[in-house]
Design a protein around this ligand. Sequence first.
Ligand code: CA
Length: 311
Amino acid sequence: MGLKSMIIGLILCSTLACAQDKNPINTQNSHEVIVADLNIPWGFTFLPDESMLITEKSGELIHFKNGTKTSITGLPEIYVRGQGGLMDIILHPNYNTNGWIYFSYASSDGDESGGNTAIARAKLNNNSLTDLEILYKATPNTTKGQHFGSRLVFDTNNYLYFTIGDRGNRDENPQDITRDGGKVYRINDDGSIPENNPFVNDGNSRTAIYSYGHRNPQGMTLHPETNEIWTHEHGPRGGDEINIIEQGKNYGWPIISYGINYSGTSFTDITEKEGMTQPFHYWDPSIAPSGMAFINSDNMTTGMEIYSLDP
Ligand SMILES: [Ca+2]
């Protein structure tokens, strides 16, 4: 068994069976520590030699190879605040020929104080990042520390998807497609906007937006058979969701939700509305989902498992 499949197979915790459940606990798991002594690891990916690139939220990029950690230099300046910092990291599907590594981070670039989510790509040479290109930077900056997103996924057409949470401004960002935040985005691998994105001809809209009405999606993966983009997002109390992402759709936050405020108060009376897409699944109580992966193995009893890295 390869290192990658072994790790994914070992860090599972809950099983999906129906549209909503009370989080049955699977007690049949065991685990093995592969990389010890990490400080809030946010994302990781495997290089072709099965060594790993691991991000820490604090702004460290680690190359883990043959049991040794090496710190990678050359990152852009990282805005570390609350849930934001250095976040996800993935390789281009054609990494073997082009060498591009994609990552997300919180950035303070821009005129306002604070920060917002940025997407960049670079190449790895001699333990340093080179050829750095900033592909997207959400605006405006804010000093709020929550809901940066930001998982990265390539689909089979080499479109790059990424997520940005509502940045703690649920009343303005998620339902307004002229604003960043509370969105799933799609760009070309060089950062340009696909001509068939849903809002490219829509006035002042952010043309990178692919779907909207999200709270804080931190899990995203490609369905291995349908090639659909699946996400999960941190909802309010009792309202974490799985969504199957369709172009141009509105996923409802904060107009519809199955959850309530963490303070115990209510913010909406409705769970569904015409023109807003229902979640595929929601968790009550919430589980604070982080990474997301499909498992295809005869050793598994279901086709999908969820694991949480940062509950
Ligand atoms: Ca929703």
